[in-house]
Design a binder for this molecule. Structure first.
Ligand code: NAP
Length: 281
Protein backbone atom coordinates (compact mmCIF):
# COMPACT_ATOMS: atom_id res chain seq x y z
CA UNK A 1 0.00 0.00 0.00
CA UNK A 2 1.45 3.39 -0.92
CA UNK A 3 2.33 5.95 1.73
CA UNK A 4 1.15 8.99 -0.18
CA UNK A 5 -2.40 9.62 -1.42
CA UNK A 6 -3.74 9.40 -4.95
CA UNK A 7 -4.77 12.82 -6.27
CA UNK A 8 -8.14 13.10 -8.02
CA UNK A 9 -8.93 16.32 -9.88
CA UNK A 10 -12.72 16.53 -10.17
CA UNK A 11 -13.91 15.27 -6.80
CA UNK A 12 -17.65 15.57 -7.39
CA UNK A 13 -17.44 15.12 -11.14
CA UNK A 14 -19.16 12.27 -12.93
CA UNK A 15 -16.01 10.18 -13.24
CA UNK A 16 -13.92 11.69 -10.39
CA UNK A 17 -16.50 10.71 -7.76
CA UNK A 18 -16.58 7.14 -9.08
CA UNK A 19 -12.79 6.85 -9.21
CA UNK A 20 -12.54 8.22 -5.67
CA UNK A 21 -15.16 5.83 -4.32
CA UNK A 22 -13.46 2.81 -5.95
CA UNK A 23 -9.96 3.71 -4.75
CA UNK A 24 -11.21 4.21 -1.21
CA UNK A 25 -13.08 0.89 -1.33
CA UNK A 26 -9.78 -0.77 -2.32
CA UNK A 27 -8.12 0.86 0.70
CA UNK A 28 -6.15 3.58 -1.06
CA UNK A 29 -5.83 6.97 0.54
CA UNK A 30 -7.10 9.70 -1.79
CA UNK A 31 -6.89 13.48 -2.06
CA UNK A 32 -9.94 14.36 -4.14
CA UNK A 33 -10.19 18.05 -5.04
CA UNK A 34 -12.16 20.65 -6.98
CA UNK A 35 -12.89 24.37 -6.52
CA UNK A 36 -15.17 23.72 -3.53
CA UNK A 37 -12.81 21.51 -1.49
CA UNK A 38 -10.14 22.43 1.08
CA UNK A 39 -7.50 22.68 -0.20
CA UNK A 40 -9.13 23.70 -3.44
CA UNK A 41 -8.05 23.05 -6.99
CA UNK A 42 -9.11 25.41 -9.77
CA UNK A 43 -7.95 24.95 -13.36
CA UNK A 44 -8.43 28.72 -13.79
CA UNK A 45 -6.18 29.55 -10.83
CA UNK A 46 -2.72 27.93 -11.06
CA UNK A 47 -1.87 29.30 -7.61
CA UNK A 48 -4.01 26.45 -6.21
CA UNK A 49 -2.13 23.68 -8.01
CA UNK A 50 1.08 23.22 -5.98
CA UNK A 51 -0.64 22.51 -2.66
CA UNK A 52 -2.90 20.05 -4.46
CA UNK A 53 -0.11 18.05 -6.08
CA UNK A 54 2.59 18.12 -3.38
CA UNK A 55 2.83 14.88 -1.44
CA UNK A 56 0.83 12.79 -3.90
CA UNK A 57 2.26 10.00 -6.02
CA UNK A 58 -0.27 9.43 -8.79
CA UNK A 59 -3.16 11.49 -10.14
CA UNK A 60 -6.44 11.09 -12.04
CA UNK A 61 -7.04 14.28 -14.00
CA UNK A 62 -10.27 15.63 -15.51
CA UNK A 63 -9.89 19.02 -17.18
CA UNK A 64 -12.72 21.57 -16.97
CA UNK A 65 -14.77 22.50 -18.88
CA UNK A 66 -13.49 20.00 -21.50
CA UNK A 67 -10.11 18.86 -22.76
CA UNK A 68 -11.11 20.00 -26.29
CA UNK A 69 -11.25 23.74 -25.45
CA UNK A 70 -8.25 25.84 -26.59
CA UNK A 71 -7.18 26.82 -23.06
CA UNK A 72 -6.76 23.13 -22.08
CA UNK A 73 -3.41 22.72 -23.83
CA UNK A 74 -1.43 25.41 -21.97
CA UNK A 75 -3.10 24.40 -18.69
CA UNK A 76 -2.21 20.72 -19.06
CA UNK A 77 1.35 21.68 -20.08
CA UNK A 78 1.69 23.83 -16.96
CA UNK A 79 0.18 21.15 -14.72
CA UNK A 80 2.48 18.45 -16.10
CA UNK A 81 5.54 20.69 -15.68
CA UNK A 82 4.63 21.38 -12.07
CA UNK A 83 3.87 17.72 -11.41
CA UNK A 84 7.26 16.74 -12.82
CA UNK A 85 9.03 19.37 -10.71
CA UNK A 86 7.45 18.15 -7.45
CA UNK A 87 7.99 14.45 -8.15
CA UNK A 88 4.55 13.14 -9.09
CA UNK A 89 5.18 9.77 -10.75
CA UNK A 90 2.08 8.88 -12.72
CA UNK A 91 -0.84 10.73 -14.35
CA UNK A 92 -4.03 9.21 -15.76
CA UNK A 93 -5.72 11.76 -18.03
CA UNK A 94 -9.36 11.55 -19.14
CA UNK A 95 -9.70 12.59 -22.78
CA UNK A 96 -12.27 12.59 -25.59
CA UNK A 97 -12.25 10.67 -28.87
CA UNK A 98 -11.74 12.45 -32.17
CA UNK A 99 -10.97 15.85 -30.64
CA UNK A 100 -7.85 17.52 -31.99
CA UNK A 101 -7.49 19.85 -29.00
CA UNK A 102 -7.76 16.96 -26.56
CA UNK A 103 -5.19 14.95 -28.48
CA UNK A 104 -2.68 17.82 -28.34
CA UNK A 105 -3.09 17.82 -24.56
CA UNK A 106 -2.64 14.02 -24.47
CA UNK A 107 0.65 14.43 -26.34
CA UNK A 108 1.97 16.81 -23.69
CA UNK A 109 1.53 14.11 -21.07
CA UNK A 110 2.93 11.33 -23.25
CA UNK A 111 6.04 13.43 -23.97
CA UNK A 112 6.54 14.51 -20.36
CA UNK A 113 8.76 11.70 -19.11
CA UNK A 114 6.21 10.94 -16.38
CA UNK A 115 4.55 7.57 -16.27
CA UNK A 116 1.15 8.05 -17.97
CA UNK A 117 -2.16 6.65 -19.13
CA UNK A 118 -4.72 8.23 -21.41
CA UNK A 119 -8.34 7.14 -21.11
CA UNK A 120 -9.73 8.46 -24.43
CA UNK A 121 -13.46 8.12 -24.21
CA UNK A 122 -16.57 8.21 -26.38
CA UNK A 123 -19.63 10.19 -25.25
CA UNK A 124 -20.79 9.29 -21.79
CA UNK A 125 -24.09 7.41 -21.47
CA UNK A 126 -24.44 9.32 -18.19
CA UNK A 127 -24.86 12.56 -20.18
CA UNK A 128 -28.49 11.34 -20.40
CA UNK A 129 -28.85 11.12 -16.61
CA UNK A 130 -26.21 13.27 -14.88
CA UNK A 131 -25.61 16.09 -17.33
CA UNK A 132 -27.10 18.42 -19.92
CA UNK A 133 -29.55 15.87 -21.41
CA UNK A 134 -31.26 14.99 -18.11
CA UNK A 135 -33.63 17.95 -18.17
CA UNK A 136 -35.02 17.03 -21.59
CA UNK A 137 -35.65 13.44 -20.57
CA UNK A 138 -37.47 14.52 -17.42
CA UNK A 139 -39.56 16.91 -19.55
CA UNK A 140 -40.42 14.14 -22.03
CA UNK A 141 -38.57 15.62 -25.01
CA UNK A 142 -34.86 15.76 -25.78
CA UNK A 143 -34.01 18.42 -28.37
CA UNK A 144 -30.56 18.26 -30.00
CA UNK A 145 -28.91 19.01 -33.36
CA UNK A 146 -27.92 15.36 -33.92
CA UNK A 147 -29.40 13.27 -36.74
CA UNK A 148 -28.64 9.80 -38.04
CA UNK A 149 -25.03 9.58 -36.91
CA UNK A 150 -24.33 6.87 -34.34
CA UNK A 151 -22.14 7.00 -31.23
CA UNK A 152 -20.95 4.08 -29.04
CA UNK A 153 -21.94 5.72 -25.73
CA UNK A 154 -19.90 4.43 -22.77
CA UNK A 155 -21.13 3.67 -19.26
CA UNK A 156 -18.79 5.77 -17.10
CA UNK A 157 -18.67 3.06 -14.45
CA UNK A 158 -16.42 1.40 -17.08
CA UNK A 159 -14.29 4.56 -17.34
CA UNK A 160 -13.85 4.58 -13.56
CA UNK A 161 -12.85 0.91 -13.57
CA UNK A 162 -10.31 1.56 -16.34
CA UNK A 163 -8.91 4.64 -14.56
CA UNK A 164 -8.52 2.74 -11.29
CA UNK A 165 -6.81 -0.16 -13.07
CA UNK A 166 -4.46 2.32 -14.76
CA UNK A 167 -3.67 3.99 -11.43
CA UNK A 168 -3.04 0.77 -9.54
CA UNK A 169 -1.60 -1.79 -11.99
CA UNK A 170 1.97 -1.09 -13.04
CA UNK A 171 1.72 -3.45 -16.02
CA UNK A 172 -0.84 -1.10 -17.63
CA UNK A 173 1.36 1.99 -17.49
CA UNK A 174 2.21 4.12 -20.55
CA UNK A 175 -0.79 2.91 -22.51
CA UNK A 176 -3.62 4.74 -24.22
CA UNK A 177 -7.01 3.10 -23.74
CA UNK A 178 -9.56 4.22 -26.33
CA UNK A 179 -12.78 3.27 -24.58
CA UNK A 180 -16.37 3.07 -25.87
CA UNK A 181 -19.53 1.13 -25.26
CA UNK A 182 -20.08 -2.05 -27.31
CA UNK A 183 -22.98 -0.73 -29.46
CA UNK A 184 -23.28 2.44 -31.54
CA UNK A 185 -26.67 4.16 -31.38
CA UNK A 186 -28.24 7.37 -32.65
CA UNK A 187 -29.64 9.78 -30.06
CA UNK A 188 -33.13 8.84 -31.27
CA UNK A 189 -32.39 5.14 -30.65
CA UNK A 190 -31.06 5.91 -27.16
CA UNK A 191 -34.21 7.85 -26.34
CA UNK A 192 -36.36 5.02 -27.67
CA UNK A 193 -34.55 2.51 -25.43
CA UNK A 194 -34.86 4.82 -22.43
CA UNK A 195 -38.53 5.51 -23.12
CA UNK A 196 -39.40 1.82 -23.54
CA UNK A 197 -37.53 0.80 -20.38
CA UNK A 198 -39.09 3.63 -18.39
CA UNK A 199 -42.55 2.78 -19.74
CA UNK A 200 -43.32 6.44 -20.45
CA UNK A 201 -43.15 8.56 -23.60
CA UNK A 202 -39.95 10.48 -24.23
CA UNK A 203 -39.50 12.02 -27.69
CA UNK A 204 -36.37 12.91 -29.59
CA UNK A 205 -36.45 16.06 -31.74
CA UNK A 206 -33.66 17.11 -34.09
CA UNK A 207 -33.14 20.85 -34.67
CA UNK A 208 -30.59 22.75 -36.82
CA UNK A 209 -27.40 23.48 -34.94
CA UNK A 210 -27.81 27.28 -35.22
CA UNK A 211 -31.29 27.12 -33.70
CA UNK A 212 -29.93 24.93 -30.88
CA UNK A 213 -27.08 27.36 -30.11
CA UNK A 214 -29.48 30.35 -30.27
CA UNK A 215 -31.68 28.62 -27.69
CA UNK A 216 -28.65 28.03 -25.43
CA UNK A 217 -27.75 31.73 -25.76
CA UNK A 218 -31.30 32.70 -24.72
CA UNK A 219 -31.03 30.39 -21.70
CA UNK A 220 -27.86 32.19 -20.60
CA UNK A 221 -25.53 29.23 -21.25
CA UNK A 222 -21.88 30.36 -21.15
CA UNK A 223 -20.00 31.17 -24.37
CA UNK A 224 -17.49 28.40 -23.53
CA UNK A 225 -20.22 25.77 -23.35
CA UNK A 226 -21.89 27.11 -26.51
CA UNK A 227 -18.54 26.82 -28.35
CA UNK A 228 -18.04 23.32 -27.02
CA UNK A 229 -21.49 22.04 -27.98
CA UNK A 230 -21.24 23.55 -31.47
CA UNK A 231 -17.80 21.96 -31.85
CA UNK A 232 -19.09 18.57 -30.67
CA UNK A 233 -22.22 18.52 -32.82
CA UNK A 234 -20.67 19.95 -36.01
CA UNK A 235 -17.10 18.63 -36.04
CA UNK A 236 -16.68 15.73 -33.62
CA UNK A 237 -20.08 14.17 -34.27
CA UNK A 238 -19.44 13.66 -38.00
CA UNK A 239 -18.99 9.90 -38.04
CA UNK A 240 -15.30 9.79 -37.09
CA UNK A 241 -16.13 8.12 -33.76
CA UNK A 242 -18.86 5.73 -34.83
CA UNK A 243 -16.88 2.48 -34.51
CA UNK A 244 -16.86 0.79 -31.08
CA UNK A 245 -13.42 -0.09 -29.67
CA UNK A 246 -12.09 -2.80 -27.38
CA UNK A 247 -10.31 -0.43 -24.95
CA UNK A 248 -12.38 -1.47 -21.92
CA UNK A 249 -11.61 -5.12 -22.59
CA UNK A 250 -7.90 -4.37 -23.13
CA UNK A 251 -7.66 -2.68 -19.74
CA UNK A 252 -10.02 -4.86 -17.72
CA UNK A 253 -10.23 -8.23 -19.48
CA UNK A 254 -14.02 -7.98 -19.67
CA UNK A 255 -16.36 -6.45 -22.25
CA UNK A 256 -17.74 -2.93 -22.00
CA UNK A 257 -21.20 -2.47 -20.47
CA UNK A 258 -24.13 -2.31 -22.88
CA UNK A 259 -26.35 0.80 -23.06
CA UNK A 260 -29.29 -1.37 -22.00
CA UNK A 261 -27.58 -2.21 -18.70
CA UNK A 262 -26.83 1.48 -18.13
CA UNK A 263 -30.52 2.27 -18.71
CA UNK A 264 -31.65 -0.38 -16.20
CA UNK A 265 -29.19 0.83 -13.54
CA UNK A 266 -30.28 4.41 -14.05
CA UNK A 267 -33.94 3.53 -13.70
CA UNK A 268 -33.15 1.68 -10.46
CA UNK A 269 -31.18 4.69 -9.16
CA UNK A 270 -34.23 6.96 -9.57
CA UNK A 271 -32.32 9.54 -11.63
CA UNK A 272 -35.09 9.71 -14.24
CA UNK A 273 -37.83 9.94 -11.62
CA UNK A 274 -39.04 13.58 -11.68
CA UNK A 275 -40.24 13.27 -8.07
CA UNK A 276 -36.82 12.08 -6.90
CA UNK A 277 -35.26 14.97 -8.80
CA UNK A 278 -37.67 17.41 -7.18
CA UNK A 279 -36.84 16.10 -3.71
CA UNK A 280 -33.09 16.31 -4.21
CA UNK A 281 -33.22 19.80 -5.77
N1 NAP B 1 -19.19 14.18 -21.18
C1 NAP B 1 -18.66 13.40 -22.12
O1 NAP B 1 -19.39 12.73 -22.89
C2 NAP B 1 -17.16 13.30 -22.24
C3 NAP B 1 -16.62 12.39 -23.16
C4 NAP B 1 -15.23 12.26 -23.26
C5 NAP B 1 -14.41 13.01 -22.41
N2 NAP B 1 -14.96 13.89 -21.53
C6 NAP B 1 -14.06 14.67 -20.65
O2 NAP B 1 -14.49 14.53 -19.32
C7 NAP B 1 -13.90 15.59 -18.57
C8 NAP B 1 -14.83 15.96 -17.44
O3 NAP B 1 -14.90 14.85 -16.57
P1 NAP B 1 -16.21 14.54 -15.74
O4 NAP B 1 -17.39 14.52 -16.68
O5 NAP B 1 -15.92 13.37 -14.89
O6 NAP B 1 -16.31 15.83 -14.85
P2 NAP B 1 -17.60 16.70 -14.53
O7 NAP B 1 -18.73 15.85 -14.10
O8 NAP B 1 -17.81 17.64 -15.68
O9 NAP B 1 -17.02 17.53 -13.29
C9 NAP B 1 -17.80 18.49 -12.68
C10 NAP B 1 -17.01 19.04 -11.50
O10 NAP B 1 -15.88 19.77 -11.96
C11 NAP B 1 -15.58 20.77 -11.00
N3 NAP B 1 -15.05 21.95 -11.71
C12 NAP B 1 -15.72 22.80 -12.52
N4 NAP B 1 -14.90 23.77 -12.95
C13 NAP B 1 -13.68 23.54 -12.39
C14 NAP B 1 -12.43 24.21 -12.45
N5 NAP B 1 -12.26 25.35 -13.14
N6 NAP B 1 -11.38 23.68 -11.75
C15 NAP B 1 -11.54 22.55 -11.03
N7 NAP B 1 -12.72 21.88 -10.94
C16 NAP B 1 -13.77 22.38 -11.61
C17 NAP B 1 -16.92 21.08 -10.30
O11 NAP B 1 -16.76 20.97 -8.91
P3 NAP B 1 -16.52 22.33 -8.08
O12 NAP B 1 -17.70 23.21 -8.36
O13 NAP B 1 -16.39 21.89 -6.68
O14 NAP B 1 -15.24 22.88 -8.65
C18 NAP B 1 -17.88 20.00 -10.77
O15 NAP B 1 -18.52 19.31 -9.73
C19 NAP B 1 -13.65 16.74 -19.56
O16 NAP B 1 -12.28 17.05 -19.59
C20 NAP B 1 -14.09 16.16 -20.89
O17 NAP B 1 -13.20 16.51 -21.92
C21 NAP B 1 -16.31 14.04 -21.42
Amino acid sequence: MQQSPMLIIGKNGKTGARVNQRLQAFGYETRALSRSTTPSFDWDNPATWLAAIEGTRAAYITYQPDLAVPQALPAVQKFVDLATAVGLEHIVLLSGRGEEGAQRAEQVLMDSGLSWNIVRSSWFAQNFSESFMLEGILAGELVLPAGDEVEPFIDIDDIADVAVAALTKSELRNKLFEVTGPRALTFAQCIREISEALGKPVEYTQVPVDAYIDALQEQGVSQDLQWLLRHLFTEVFDGRNRAPTTGVEQALGRPATDFRTYVQKTIESGSWNPLAQGKSA
